[in-house]
Design a protein. Structure first.
Length: 286
């Protein structure tokens, strides 16, 4: 494990030498919340400029986030990605970006699943939790008054039965009454099957189709782009980034990441509040 610092970014000289002597481009996967933006949703000028510079250098830079499509698009625009790809919903949705398209993008892959078994199991143990899902048409349906910036659209209030009858791309569960550790214990006790899940910073649970993660979506894109595994870089801070950091040839955890995230990374950079992502991105420039 290498720890990166602002004044001496571990691996910089080797990485720059590789860039100068190898015409191959890097495939760079960037988490959003806690990586590019802080937990207030703010992206610092240093991070924005470093990301824009790496995009301008011609590397395959792509957002890989738990956010839904509409909450991802502003970040793509902010760092200047005009063409390429993006991964949303923790791998559940993959976009192709092209300014020639009417919306500037198209959905090229969407992984859906039946949320009913997970919803029933979770509600039996977490009856007071809030539930929301993104359906196959991009709508967010939610119980109670459940809204989050990562949805990207205004959630539509529905009853629990409507959620059970829906087809989901992403299922979200939030409980203010539990710690992340208690949440994880509850999920283990339930034994969720047929889905992939990750617990967030708070008692927040993101669920996708079985086998679907940021890493699985990124691997499809890597093969599509014919980029060597050794030229893949990923930066993230959350438990939903664990598979992605393990997948990358150079997986970098943010300084504030939980221990289990840091454990799978090759390197640790500074925290989001100290522009950790910018330090790594600058190391990829000549």
């Amino acid at each position: 494990m290498t720890t990166l610092t602002e004044t001496s970014v571990a691996g910089n000289e080797d990485q720059r030498s590789t860039t100068e002597n190898n015409s191959d481009r890097f495939m760079i996967a960037l988490d959003v919340d806690g990586t590019l933006v802080n937990h207030d949703g703010h992206m610092s000028p240093g991070v924005r400029e470093a990301a824009q510079a790496v995009v301008a250098a011609g590397h395959e830079v792509m957002i890989a986030t738990g956010r839904s499509l509409n909450a991802t698009l502003p970040i793509i625009e902010q760092i200047g990605i005009g063409t390429g790809y993006a991964v949303c919903c923790n791998g559940g949705v993959t976009l192709r970006l092209d300014p020639a398209l009417s919306d500037g993008y198209e959905v090229i892959h969407k992984a859906t699943f039946d949320p009913a078994p997970a919803l029933r199991a979770l509600r039996s143990k977490l009856p007071t939790a809030k539930y929301a899902l993104e359906d196959e048409d991009g709508n967010f349906l939610s119980t109670e008054r459940f809204q989050d910036a990562s949805f990207g659209v205004e959630a539509i209030g529905v009853d629990f039965q409507t959620l059970l009858d829906s087809t989901a791309v992403r299922l979200v569960v939030f409980s203010t009454e539990n710690t992340p550790e208690e949440f994880s214990a509850t999920i283990s006790e339930i034994g969720l099957a047929g889905v992939t899940y990750s617990v967030g910073w708070t008692a927040w649970l993101d669920i996708a189709a079985a086998g679907v993660t940021k890493a699985s979506a990124l691997e499809h894109l890597r093969v599509r782009l014919d980029i060597g595994q050794h030229l893949t870089v990923a930066i993230g801070d959350g438990r939903n980034d664990i598979e992605m950091l393990g997948w990358a040839g150079r997986g970098v955890a943010m300084g504030q990441a939980p221990e289990e995230v840091i454990a799978v990374a090759n390197e640790v950079t500074a925290s989001v509040y100290d522009d950790g992502a910018a330090h790594v991105l600058r190391s990829l420039l000549p």
